[in-house]
Design a protein around this ligand. Structure first.
Ligand code: AMP
Length: 582
């Protein structure tokens, strides 16, 4: 058996270790989790802490804890930790040692060699410092490879075919965007651009500011000098940020946040995704500018990009995926866990060096997008059946996601939930795989929020739950084998079933869509037109003539956007349809 070489992603916020087992790259657990926080500290009794325990004490004891050491690699500095000071290489070596030890424990054998990844922009001095850290940890560094190259390897982008790949890497504290060219067994980074001080931590900081403002205005207090309270707020904000990646709302609840105040302050705050996205939009714009700069550096344009790979935990933010899709015209790939992707790629490189046969990182993904339909905007016009994806194609399963919708009319008692599978923006062009009705909703004005949660398990069973947010009242269905069930079914048959369903008024709108009286009138008019056109086939010659006249009148009013004419025309057409149907 060849000697095992481990692959290490030595990150600013987190680090991971992986190796090849049975031809496949496998990320190993360290202290029970695949992610080791890149934090080193000294406990109260002077013992060494590496990882989660060090991270947990950072807010309280920053003078004896070191984080983000990667930012200092290559610098001639001493970093103080307690009474002593250390070089960045020494601190990094402690992290590497922890990873090496975890691998040895699981292998039951000593490990001597590693492939370590570094950002593409790392200078020679920074790369050398990384090598030195490896040596200090008792590891011969078999190779240093660029992080975007490792990401491309994890996706095993076909090396025989020349392809241009954009790797968008947003971690906790750094952002890098690289253009990678693969082919002829050579993978090279053509250009790289980024910001060493931008990442998910900045998103947390925005939420923390929001919470502090809330505490100032609602509780007349400012805990910004209280380390313990700030540590709790920071943790709660990061958890809320992560929750908002899969849900339209998140709660921040910290009981007895300031227990010494009279009365004690209990923090309880809800944040919706829209408010959060407005906070971080500026940062995302900045990363997209960097994408253009990187492409320019490689003398390429958006049109030259074959694939976009997402790396780094913060890329799980849905707004990032949506904005990238918007500017690049393709869905970014994120099926290999963005936290583990670089380590997995490093292990593949390590396997190649050790002469092992390796293959792609194996992930179970959904081959289809699942979603629902809602009133929204289609090519600038209001349209009742816009497809709203909830679980996107290529998401690793099991997965769950939710979106918020609103009722359209005052006192609306029920909503029809329709579940579609497909990729078309028009839900009617996708396959209807299930539907159900939620009744007895609260008697409240339009805008009653309904949260739709989609859960897809490993067996392809899709569970869809609709919940009235204000009461928690919910209803759900489970659709067996959602990922395969309709593969062979005719799309037309599905469309016909749909047409029958759609005769009802549309009752749900996308939360983001605008809602006006005119929109509703136009929707009703279009539904009537569809019905009238179906009736044309069976109507007598005389009725047909009347129908055609009224259809024309409704169409003209719609085209002219003339609501004064539309109302009476719709009323007349509606009367005629009623007469013909009865
Ligand atoms: P990394 O440095 O790649 O491990 O990324 C860490 C960053 O990703 C931290 O800021 C995390 O809070 C953030 N992160 C992890 N999971 C998520 C998620 N589901 N949604 C948004 N950010 C996340």
């Amino acid at each position: 058996m060849s000697e095992t070489i481990i692959g290490i992603d030595l990150g600013t916020t987190n680090s991971e270790v992986a190796l090849i087992r049975d031809g496949r790259s496998q990320v190993l657990d360290v202290d029970g989790a695949p992610i080791l926080p890149s934090v080193v500290g000294l406990a109260e009794d002077g013992s060494l802490l590496v990882g989660r325990a060090a991270r947990n004490q950072y807010a309280l004891y920053p003078d004896r804890t070191i984080r983000s050491v990667k930012r200092r690699m290559g610098e001639d500095v001493r970093l103080s930790m307690g009474e002593q000071s250390y070089s960045p290489q020494e601190i990094s070596a402690l992290i590497l040692k922890r990873l090496k030890h975890a691998a040895e424990q699981q292998l039951g054998d000593a490990v001597h060699k590693a492939v370590i990844t570094v950002p593409a922009y790392f200078s020679d001095a920074q790369r050398q410092a990384t090598r030195d850290a490896g040596e200090l940890a008792g590891l011969e560094v078999a190779r240093i490879i660029n992080e975007p190259t490792a990401a491309a390897l994890a996706y095993e982008v076909d090396a025989t075919q020349a392809r241009t790949i954009l790797v968008y890497d947003l971690g906790g504290g750094t952002f890098d965007c690289s253009v990678v060219r693969t082919g002829d067994e050579v993978t090279e980074v053509l250009a790289s651009h980024g910001n060493n001080h931008l990442g998910g931590d900045d998103f947390d900081a925005k939420l923390i500011m929001h919470v502090l403002e809330h505490l100032r205005s609602e509780h007349q207090c400012d805990p910004s000098e209280d380390r313990a309270a700030m540590a709790r707020i920071a943790r709660a904000c990061e958890a809320a940020k992560i929750a908002l990646s899969n849900a339209p709302y998140a709660r921040i609840d910290e009981e007895y946040l300031l227990p010494d105040r009279d009365p004690p302050v209990n923090l309880s705050l809800e944040i919706d995704r829209e408010t959060y996205e407005a906070m971080i939009e500026g940062y995302i714009d900045e990363t997209l500018e960097a994408v253009h700069t990187a492409l320019k550096g490689a003398e390429l344009t958006v049109a030259d990009v074959d694939e976009v790979l997402l790396v780094g935990g913060a890329t799980r933010t849905p707004l990032i995926q949506a904005r990238l899709e918007q500017i690049l015209g393709m869905q970014p790939r994120a099926e290999v866990d963005p936290d583990l992707c670089v380590a997995a790629g490093a292990a593949i490189q390590a396997g190649v060096i050790a002469g092992e046969a390796t293959s792609a990182v194996l992930v179970d993904v959904t081959p289809y997008t699942f979603g629902t339909s809602a009133f929204g905007d289609m090519d600038g016009a209001p349209y009742p059946y816009c497809f709203v994806p909830v679980i996107r194609k290529n998401s690793p399963i099991p997965t769950a996601n939710s979106e918020a919708f609103q009722t359209m009319v005052d006192g609306q008692e029920a909503v029809n939930v329709r579940v579609f599978q497909g990729e078309n923006r028009d839900a009617l062009n996708n396959t209807l795989i299930g539907s159900f009705r939620v009744e007895d909703l609260s008697d409240v004005p339009a805008g009653n929020v309904i949260v739709m949660r989609f859960e897809l398990d490993l067996d392809g069973i899709l569970k869809v739950t609709a919940t009235e947010k204000r009461t928690g009242k919910e209803k759900h269905i489970a659709i067996d084998n959602a990922t395969t069930r309709f593969e062979s079914e005719e799309l037309d048959a599905a469309k016909q079933r749909l047409a029958a369903l759609m005769a009802d008024d549309v009752e749900v709108i996308d939360a983001a869509a605008t809602e006006t009286e005119e929109h509703r009138e136009a929707v009703k008019a279009r539904a009537l037109l569809e019905k009238a056109e179906r009736l044309l086939e069976s109507a007598s010659a005389e009725d047909k003539e009347d129908l055609v006249d009224l259809i024309e009148a409704v169409r003209d009013a719609l085209a002219a956007d003339d609501s004064a004419k539309l109302g009476p025309a719709v009323a007349s057409l509606s009367d005629l349809i009623y007469y013909l149907e009865t």
